[in-house]
Design a protein around this ligand. Structure first.
Ligand SMILES: Nc1ncnc2c1ncn2[C@@H]1O[C@H](COP(=O)(O)OP(=O)(O)OP(=O)(O)O)[C@@H](O)[C@H]1O
Length: 254
């Protein structure tokens, strides 16, 4: 069997905030054309890792290479290859949804006519056409997530890195987004998603990495990692930390 092409290669990424080690030397290969899930408990280091891997947060140590391009040594070339949906996005929210996605396309150096056509299609696919003219500051949380996703897709990148893309998104929109991502992967694109929803990751992704305490606890195909159990069962086994329900005796109404 030939070695798979690697879309994203992370080596020894580490980040400390004061005394807190958020990411403690993470190495990971994401095969090209894979749908790769990143899961882990709150505070595990997922966002910090993805931010360092996509050029948003400078690592203390380590490297990230996207399709052979070093993210920190050649940021412009690397960013052309990536579409990023960061967590807690701060958008230019005094623009309308349509203006924001158009701006994202023009920033990428795309032709104005192509941008206009794609913006229309993206807004329709994400059920935002009705609100194309509404200012993003007036969007709901789910609508904001979707318009940020549209901005990440407009230039048809080779790799998509999506931090919690389904958070706050309604089930119909989530199904539409999954269809869009499935089609993108089927045509050779690579998707990396972080999520807390194990069931979703198990159904949607072909690969997964479990992160806790800034380290990788397991990584591989979903079937390898879950090893016969459900991903949720395996996650709880690996991560531990189910808290006792003792205590909180005061939390009752009678
Ligand atoms: N800018 C920052 N300053 C200080 N500490 C930070 C900063 N960003 C993250 N941390 C800390 O680093 C650790 C990892 O945070 P991170 O946001 O990467 O976790 P996460 O896995 O994405 O969590 P969640 O699932 O809750 O979104 C946490 O302990 C967090 O408090």
């Amino acid at each position: 069997m030939s070695t798979p092409l690697i879309a994203l290669s992370i080596r020894g990424l580490a980040k400390r905030f004061g005394t807190k080690i958020a990411v403690d030397g993470i190495s990971l290969d994401v095969p090209a054309g894979s749908f790769f899930g990143i899961v882990g408990p709150n505070g595990a280091g997922k966002t910090t890792t993805l931010s360092m891997a996509t050029g948003l947060l400078r690592p203390d140590f380590g490297t990230a290479v996207v399709h052979g391009v070093d993210v920190w040594a050649q940021p412009l070339q690397a960013k052309k290859l990536m579409g990023i949906l960061p967590d807690g996005v701060r958008l230019f929210d005094r623009l309308s949804g349509e203006q924001l996605v158009t701006y994202a396309g023009l920033l990428r150096g795309m032709d104005r006519d192509v941008v206009a056509a794609r913006v229309g299609e993206l807004l329709a696919a994400l059920d935002l056409s009705q609100d194309a003219g509404t200012l993003v500051v007036d969007y709901s949380a789910g609508m904001t997530k979707k318009i940020a996703l549209a901005s990440a897709l407009i230039h048809a990148p080779k790799i998509l890195v999506l931090d919690e893309p389904f958070e706050s998104v309604d089930p119909v929109s989530a199904a539409n987004i999954r269809d869009i991502l499935d089609r993108y992967v089927a045509t050779g694109g690579t998707v990396i998603v972080s999520s807390h929803v194990m069931d979703l990751v198990q159904r949607m992704c072909d690969h997964v990495a479990v992160i806790a305490g800034g380290r990788i606890l397991a990584a591989g195909t979903v079937d390898q990692v879950r090893a016969g159990a459900t991903l949720e069962e395996r996650f709880v086994q690996l991560v531990g930390g189910r808290s006792q329900t003792e205590g909180l005796e005061w939390l009752r109404t009678s």
